[in-house]
Write a protein that binds this ligand. Structure first.
Ligand SMILES: Cc1cc2nc3c(=O)[nH]c(=O)nc-3n(C[C@H](O)[C@H](O)[C@H](O)COP(=O)(O)O)c2cc1C
Length: 181
C-alpha cells in the first residue's frame, strides 16, 4: 500500500506545505516537492495528489504538473488547492474551478479547495507587489460593495484560517480510491 500515493506540493509561503504534511500524517503516502516531480518519479505510484495555491485566479503549476502526470504511468490525478478565499464564498470557488478546468476535467479530476490565508512575511517580492496593486485598486474605488469592503479588509494583513478539519473530504476520497484499486 505504501507506494500507492505520492503527494507532490508546490508552496511559496508554507500553507500548502503544511496541508501536505498534515495529509501525510493521516494517510499512507510519500511526500515530494514539485521541483523534483518527473514522469519517472511519478511512475512509482498509482495516485498522484498535487497540492498547490490559487494565484490570481489560476492554479499555480497545474499545467506543468498535468503534463508530467500524463507522461508517467501513474493512474489517477487528484488536486488540492489552497487559497485565501474563505470556504463560505462557494460561488467564487465554483467559478474558480470552472475557469481552470474543462468540463471533462471537472468530472474526471477529484479536486478540493482548502482555505488557508495570507502570509505577507514569507511572500515573494513580486507577490507582495501584486497584493499592493490589488489593495490600491480597491482603495481608489469610491463606492464599494460589501464584498469589496470585505476583500479590502481581508488583504490588509496576514491571517491564517487553515485547519486540518478541511482535509476530511480529501482523505475520505483517497481512502475510497485505496479501497477500489
Ligand atoms: C499574488 C497573490 C495572488 C493570490 N490569488 C489568490 C486567488 O486568486 N484566490 C485565493 O483564494 N487566494 C489567492 N491568494 C492567496 C494564496 O492562494 C494563499 O495564501 C495560499 O495558501 C498560498 O499558498 P502557499 O503558502 O503554499 O504558497 C493569492 C496570494 C497572492 C500572494
Amino acid at each position: 500500500m505504501s507506494n500507492r500515493i505520492v503527494v507532490v506540493y508546490k508552496s511559496s509561503t508554507g500553507f500548502t506545505k503544511r496541508y501536505a504534511e498534515m495529509l501525510a500524517e493521516k494517510i499512507d503516502c510519500t511526500l515530494a516537492v514539485y521541483k523534483n516531480a518527473t514522469p519517472e518519479m511519478l511512475s512509482q505510484f498509482d495516485i498522484v495528489v498535487f497540492g498547490t495555491r490559487a494565484h490570481a485566479g489560476r492554479i499555480d503549476g497545474l499545467k506543468t504538473m498535468k503534463e508530467i502526470f500524463h507522461k508517467s504511468m501513474a493512474r489517477k490525478f487528484v488536486l488540492f488547492v489552497t487559497g485565501a478565499t474563505p470556504n463560505e464564498a462557494e460561488e467564487t470557488i465554483d467559478g474558480f474551478w470552472r475557469q481552470n478546468f474543462t468540463a471533462d476535467e471537472l468530472a474526471e479530476i477529484p479536486h478540493f479547495y482548502l482555505q488557508s490565508g495570507l502570509c505577507y512575511e514569507k511572500m515573494s517580492f513580486p507577490d507582495r507587489l501584486m497584493m499592493k496593486a490589488a489593495a490600491a485598486m480597491i482603495k481608489r474605488k469610491k463606492s464599494k460593495s460589501p464584498e469589496e469592503r470585505e476583500f479590502e479588509q481581508a488583504i490588509s494583513s496576514s491571517y491564517d484560517i487553515s485547519s486540518e478539519i478541511y482535509l476530511k473530504p480529501l482523505t475520505a476520497s483517497l481512502a475510497n480510491m485505496e479501497g477500489n484499486p
